[in-house]
Design a protein around this ligand. Structure first.
Ligand SMILES: Cc1cc2nc3c(=O)[nH]c(=O)nc-3n(C[C@H](O)[C@H](O)[C@H](O)COP(=O)(O)OP(=O)(O)OC[C@H]3O[C@@H](n4cnc5c(N)ncnc54)[C@H](O)[C@@H]3O)c2cc1C
Length: 307
C-alpha cells in the first residue's frame, strides 16, 4: 500500500524549498540489504540552508528520518512514514584541508574518500576509514571504527541541523561517543565534520590502507547484500563467537542467512524480505540468550513499519 502523497502539503508549508521531494520513493536500492518498502517522502536538500528551511517549516508531527549510504540499515517492508532525508554528494560532498593538519568533510562523503584525501595530504590517523562502506554522516551517528581507529579518536567537531531547523555545531564532547553510538540528539542531521590528523609518512599510510583492505576481504562478506555487524559486542564477549557457539552459523529464515564467513553478518541471499532479515536477527538473539545468557543488542538500525 503506498503512502499518502503529502508533497503538495509540504510545498505549501515551505514554498521556497529548492531541494527535491519525491513521494513513495523506493528505499531498497538505497540500502546494502536491498530490501524494504518506500519512503513516504524522500527529500534531497539543495544545501544546508535548504535543509534548515524545510525542517523549520515542517509540521512537528511529521516524522523525519535521515539515511546515509544504507550500510548499517534495515528498512522494513512497509516503508518509512514521514520525510526521509538523504544528503547528496553535490551539496554535502566537499572535502577541504584546513590548517593544523585538519580535514573538513561534508557528511555525504564516503568514508573511503576521507581516508584517500588524508593519505594524499600525508595525514595520518584516518586510514581506518578505508574499510568502512558508509558515509561521514553515518560514521558520526555510529562512531564508526575499525582496525584500531574510531571516529571519536579523530573528530574535532560536527555541524548539523536540528529537527527545528537550527544550524548547530557539536564539539567532540557534545557528541557523547561510545562504542558504535553517539548520544547527540537522535533527530540531528549532521552536515559536515572536522577531523584532526597528524603529519605522517605517505607510503606508510598507503600501506596501512592496503592492510585494512586485505584484512577485510579475508574476513567479511563484503560483496554480499549485508548490513555489516548486526549486533554490538556485549561486555566481555564477542558477538560472532556467541552466535557461532549457539549454532547459528548459516542459519536461515526465508531468504535471509547468517553469513558462513562471519557470523555477525546477516545476508540477503536473493529473495529476502526485511521481515526475514529482522526475524533471523531476533532468532539469533533468542538462541544466543538460551545458550550463553548474553543479551545481544542490535547495532544495525531498523527504520519504518512492517508490511
Ligand atoms: C560490509 C560492511 C562492513 C562494515 N564494516 C564496518 C566496520 O568495520 N566498522 C564500522 O563501524 N561499521 C562497519 N559497517 C557498518 C556501516 O558501514 C557503518 O555503521 C557506517 O558508519 C554507516 O554509514 P552509512 O552512511 O551507511 O549510514 P546508514 O546505514 O545509512 O545509517 C546508519 C545510521 O546513521 C544515521 N545517519 C546517516 N547519515 C546521517 C547524517 N547525515 N546525520 C545524522 N545521522 C545520520 C542514520 O540515521 C542511521 O541511524 C560495515 C557495513 C558493511 C555493509
Amino acid at each position: 500500500m503506498p503512502f499518502q502523497d503529502i508533497t503538495s502539503d509540504i510545498r505549501a508549508a515551505a514554498p521556497d524549498l529548492r531541494g527535491r521531494l519525491l513521494a513513495n520513493q523506493e528505499m531498497a536500492g538505497l540500502t546494502w540489504f536491498r530490501v524494504g518498502g518506500p519512503a513516504q517522502i524522500l527529500f534531497t536538500p539543495a544545501d544546508e540552508a535548504d535543509l534548515s528551511y524545510l525542517l523549520g517549516k515542517l509540521p512537528a508531527e511529521i516524522p523525519v528520518t535521515v539515511v546515509g549510504l544504507g550500510s548499517n540499515l534495515i528498512v522494513r517492508d512497509g516503508g518509512i512514514p514521514g520525510v526521509v532525508i538523504r544528503l547528496a554528494g553535490k551539496a554535502f560532498g566537499e572535502i577541504a584541508l584546513e590548517e593544523g593538519d585538519r580535514l573538513r568533510a561534508g557528511t555525504a562523503v564516503p568514508d573511503v574518500k576521507v581516508a584517500r584525501a588524508a593519505a594524499d595530504a600525508s595525514l595520518d590517523g584516518l586510514a581506518f576509514y578505508r574499510g568502512i562502506p558508509g558515509c561521514i554522516g553515518g560514521a558520526l551517528r555510529m562512531n564508526a571504527g575499525a582496525h584500531g581507529g574510531e571516529t571519536t579518536d579523530v573528530l574535532v567537531e560536527a555541524r548539523g541541523v536540528t529537527r527545528k531547523g537550527e544550524i548547530v555545531t557539536f564539539s567532540h564532547a557534545d557528541m557523547g561517543f561510545s562504542y558504535r553510538n553517539s548520544t547527540a540528539p537522535s533527530d540531528m542531521i549532521f552536515t559536515s565534520a572536522l577531523f584532526q590528523g597528524r603529519p605522517g609518512d605517505q607510503a606508510a599510510i598507503l600501506a596501512e590502507m592496503e592492510r585494512v583492505t586485505s584484512a577485510r576481504e579475508a574476513a567479511q562478506p563484503i560483496k554480499e547484500r549485508t548490513g555489516g555487524s548486526t549486533f554490538k559486542n556485549p561486555d566481555g564477549g564477542k558477538a560472532w563467537q556467541l552466535i557461532d557457539a549457539a549454532g547459528c552459523r548459516g542459519l536461515r529464515v526465508g531468504g535471509a542467512q547468517v553469513s558462513e564467513m562471519h557470523c555477525n553478518f546477516l545476508i540477503n541471499t536473493g529473495g529476502a524480505t526485511a521481515a526475514d532479515i529482522e526475524g533471523l536477527g531476533e532468532e539469533v538473539r533468542r538462541r544466543v540468550k538460551d545458550n550463553s545468557g548474553y543479551e545481544l543488542h542490535w547495532e544495525i538500525k531498523r527504520f519504518g513499519v512492517a508490511a
